[in-house]
Design a protein around this ligand. Structure first.
Ligand code: TXA
Ligand code: MG
Length: 326
């Protein structure tokens, strides 16, 4: 990989306008959302979409999320049904991505990796919304990291892993500070008879079920089976450099402990000293990054409860422990 890196700009009105211009011309811009930073490109422009896959090193079989400025814009690219209307009403703008049938001719086909469906969401972040408004385009934006690695929750994380303009047309990173939620959106498939969870994320499953009733859950057969339903849910994902050990009580030799709750030793880095799952989600990726290397040889993570955002936190931690090469 070359040494060139995209410049980071504070997200003010001037840099947001410049970013919208870059997008309209088929270039790429990384921008903050409330979940994680996205690597954005015009979802109707094949050259831009090709560059997103290339910049991430993402398999062309793994479709991208499309971001739109409001529900009306979503209705103009995918077929809405009653459940989608209810969910958009309840949770957009927000950390919910809905998979629906694509309408003909509205998006570059490569956005969906050959599927008849597209994943859409309205992000809840002032910079993302201003950019979508200004560019007035559907913006494809996967998380702004190399495929299989940890998602960025700050602007500096983006340039740490992605090559810049020479290689990929990524021309600027808009800096909107740390992401408030810190986990990727919850993805649900609304194309079947019953809505199905494809990826737990920054909106708790319990909150969705309170509006539309029970979701079909990913099969307990594990990631291999899920991968067939949601092309992006590949085995190894969210991987740090160091091995992770889950449900740890203490650090073993060479390990550093990542704590959770009041039981953690006082000197330990703690996802949330009070045991708050939203705080833990917001800290998860940045804390793992900060511990991910010498002098440590592994990261031992304490137990996180499997409720609310804990479900998404545990999903990311489990995927990060799948050994490379599988
Ligand atoms: O919070 C987020 O969702 C962030 C921010 C930037 O919005 N984006 C994000 O994108 O996490 P990405 O591309 O890293 O994850 C998108 C997920 C993948 O698991 C992908 O396979 C799935 O959504 N997906 C996209 N289109 C799909 C489709 N048509 N059918 C099923 N799954 C789809
Ligand atoms: Mg991703």
């Amino acid at each position: 990989m070359s040494e060139d890196r995209a410049p980071i700009f504070a997200a003010d009105a001037g840099s947001i306008s410049a970013a919208a211009e870059i997008l309209s011309n088929g270039g790429l811009v990384a921008f903050p959302t409330e979940t994680v930073y996205g690597l954005g490109g015009d979802a109707t422009n094949k050259a831009a979409i090709d560059n997103i896959y290339k910049a991430k090193g993402r398999p062309r079989t793994n479709p991208l999320i499309v971001h739109v400025k409001d529900t009306q814009a979503a209705r103009s690219i995918v077929g809405f049904n009653e459940t989608a209307e209810k969910l958009a009403d309840a949770f957009w703008p927000g950390a919910l991505t809905m998979v629906l049938e694509r309408l003909d001719g509205k998006l570059c086909a490569d956005v969906s990796a050959g599927l008849s469906t597209a994943a859409v969401r309205v992000p809840n972040h002032p910079v993302a919304l201003a950019l979508l408004e200004k560019a007035d385009l559907p913006i494809a934006a996967p998380s702004a990291n190399r495929a299989g690695r940890i998602s960025p929750t700050a602007a500096g994380h983006v340039v740490f892993s992605l090559p810049g303009p020479d290689d990929t047309g990524l021309q600027m990173v808009l800096d909107g500070g740390p992401c408030q939620i810190g986990l990727e959106s919850t993805v649900i498939d609304l194309t079947g008879a019953t809505p199905a969870l494809l990826r737990p994320g920054g909106l708790a499953v319990e909150d969705i079920e309170a509006v539309i009733g029970p979701l079909l859950m990913p099969s307990s057969n594990g990631p291999d089976n899920e991968a067939k339903k949601s092309p992006g849910m590949m085995d190894r994902h969210y991987a740090p450099e160091l091995p992770l050990r889950l449900n740890a009580e203490h650090a073993g030799p060479g390990e550093v402990l990542l704590g959770f709750g009041v039981q953690a030793p006082a000197e330990t880095m703690n996802l949330s000293p009070t045991g708050d799952l939203e705080e833990a989600a917001a800290n998860l990726f940045a804390m793992i990054r900060s511990l991910d290397g010498p002098p440590f040889s592994a990261i031992a993570v304490m137990t996180i409860p499997e409720t609310g955002l804990g479900r998404a936190i545990n999903d990311r931690l489990r995927r990060a422990t799948v050994s490379a090469g599988k």
